[in-house]
Design a protein around this ligand. Sequence first.
Ligand code: BMP
Length: 364
Amino acid sequence: DTRAMSFSKRANLPNTHPLAAFLLHLIVIKRTNLCLSADVTTTSALLNIAEEVGDSICMLKTHVDIISDFGEKTVRGLRDIARRKRFLVFEDRKFGDIGSTVQKQYTAGPFSIVRWAAITNAHIFPGPAIVTALKAAAADAIAAFNRSVETEISVGTPRPSSDEDDGSFDGSSEGVSNDGDTTKLPLRKRSIVAATTIESSTESTTLERGALDEATAQAENDREKALEALGSPPLARGLLLLAEMSSEGNLLTGAYTQKCIDIARDHNDFVIGFIAQHDLNSKPGDNFITCTPGISLPPPGQEGQKVSGDGLGQQYNTPHKAIVQEGCDVVIVGRGILSAKDRAAEAERYRREAWKAYEERVGA
Ligand code: BMP
């Protein structure tokens, strides 16, 4: 039963996707199961909020198609802050088309999501091929990147060391396809290790896990040391499936939700969790991370007050209800934090509440 299990234990369960294991360890070390929904419309607003609340979150969720000036500055800026403040980037793209189209939407166009977002999400209404198509596109992108790095190493043209591996490809606008000009791609020694991790995951992840256990054990005493031991995120991509929604009258219920769970189980080498309103792990071996939007807290000093909706269909629950009663793992908060006067302080308040709820659930 993953509900009663600590995140560190879950990180070490067999068959845990390397990115999911990384996220779970990160959550423990930073003591945060809070994801910020950074629904802002300019690059500077995005980078400002990431900087302000980065210490309090494990993940930052974007909607890049609402950013009016999205470009290299956005990708590089976000990558640098994510690397410094230690969080994963999740593009809330909600793919929902035939396989061939979603592959292009994932890897090409102005956003090239696969390059910079470790995590993205998809609806399953087009059928399971949406998952296999995105999985194949991610694998191709990573393989192309690794090939180009290997070529570059053998040619011996290392790039400046500031371009360390951080699980993103590079900041150039050329996308991930290797068009032969390897000088466009930064050299990252770790990518070679990451390639091994992807192709023969058992050996390398077992090795890494010993170190990670020590890292999380150390977290209580020395967060910085633990973060250092955790290292960079693996060069891997993960998908969340939309199994349930928070909005009033939505159709993601019953048999649809069940189908989503079946598809996730069939592809747990790529699907790391769900967007859902409650924990959907029910079979032995299930270890999906439940990420839950529609979360809000009454303003400080008005704790008894009920938080309901936004007048546009959104419905809110408290972190305590989502995590303790519904068994959710990561709470996603947008306007609750974005509209606060002191956003850093408000993010900390949400982090504390969500972490306390997790500790209550697992009996820590
Ligand atoms: P807010 O906390 O401001 O209501 O924002 C919620 C965020 O989560 C939005 O970015 C929305 O797109 C997303 N979201 C949601 O609210 N409900 C869902 O079921 C799925 C979502 O992705």
